[in-house]
Design a protein around this ligand. Structure first.
Ligand code: KG4
Ligand code: ZN
Length: 306
């Protein structure tokens, strides 16, 4: 409910800013600029943040930096690895996105792979619902999967067939994987209506299929583009099996894989600050006329700066 979300933002933003400044114990003099998410999302909620940021920038005479939410996820790895330098490949896996992004430089992004239906996080949330687990589904599946056998069920890897034969090397489909889990649950319930569902085995096998698919595509993509670093971002970057599988996958390849600290995988403000710092260091600042956008292609982030 966009109207309710906007009102809640309005009711919380003052206290959130005060708490952040208080906890960081930082003086306004020590702050170099004000970064704020301005796209993509619900315009009402974005407007509350942008209006607050503009007001702070005007009062304290600081540069204003509008930030694309996905750019924040790309830069979350800087919180673990401040010296990370482009070029690198970003595997961005959140509730709304599953993308392989070639990061040539700050502001210079090319999406080279994506999902053609559900995002990885969305698949975790939908499969969790099928298994009767709580929302958000990702952390719930991650937790119960620890007790399960990842080889108990064989689920598809969500590859996309190309018209001329073969498969797309970097794109994925997670909707078919979710359907395969649903069909398996239906079959189990038909065969043994009174038996409890093997939730842990189903969760572990599903998680394994997602981790396998994402690892294979990210590695192939990094190798094809000649990139030696993969930065993972977005809520699904918190997934324990994706983290271990990618680490195993890059062993002996010469590729480094970087993850944000766990608490900075899901949405947070620190990652927006990291992206803002990168733009500020390049002398890019947003005009005070900065507006909000419900959508903006990642390749167009340059339009946010004067
Ligand atoms: O990046 P994020 O916080 O929000 C978006 O921008 O979408 O990602 C949220 C998504 C949810 O779908 C959630 O289920 C998933 O990230 N997620 C996880 C884990 N923690 C969060 N998925 C798998 N394993 C996790 N540990
Ligand atoms: Zn996000």
């Amino acid at each position: 409910m966009p109207e309710v979300a906007s009102r809640q933002h309005l009711g919380s933003i003052g206290a959130a800013i005060e708490a952040a400044i208080g906890e960081a114990a930082i003086a306004w003099d020590a702050i170099d600029g004000i970064g704020v998410t301005c796209t993509p999302g619900l315009v009402g909620a974005l407007m509350v943040g942008v209006s607050a940021a503009k007001t702070l920038a005007a009062i304290h005479d600081k540069p204003l930096l509008g930030v694309h939410h996905l750019e924040g996820h790309i830069y979350a790895s800087y919180l673990a690895e401040p010296d990370l330098e482009p070029p690198f490949l970003c595997l961005l896996v959140s509730g709304g996105h599953t993308s392989l992004i070639h990061v040539r430089d700050c502001g210079n992004y090319e999406i080279v792979g994506q999902t053609c239906d559900d995002a990885a996080g969305e698949a975790f949330d939908k499969v969790a619902r099928l298994l009767g687990l709580a929302y958000p589904g990702g952390p719930a599946i991650d937790r119960v999967a620890r007790e399960g056998n990842p080889k108990a069920f064989k689920f598809p890897e969500g590859r996309i067939k190309l018209p001329g034969g073969g498969f797309h090397p970097y794109d994925s489909s997670f909707s078919g994987l979710k359907t395969a889990v649903r069909r398996t649950i239906e079959r189990l319930q038909e065969e043994k209506p009174d038996a409890p569902l093997p939730v842990a085995d189903l969760a572990a096998s599903f998680q394994e299929a997602v981790a396998r698919a994402l690892t294979k595509r990210a590695l192939r993509c990094a190798e094809d583009l000649g990139l030696t670093k993969i930065a993972v971002g977005g809520g699904v970057a918190a997934n324990s099996r994706l983290r271990s599988r990618l680490q195993e996958g890059v062993a002996e390849t010469g590729i480094d894989v970087l993850f944000p600290p766990l608490k900075f995988c899901t949405d947070n403000a620190a990652m927006i600050g990291c992206a803002a710092v990168e733009h500020l260091q390049r002398g890019q600042v947003s005009p005070m006329t900065l507006s909000v956008r419900s959508r903006l292609a990642l390749s167009d982030v340059g339009s946010l700066y004067a």
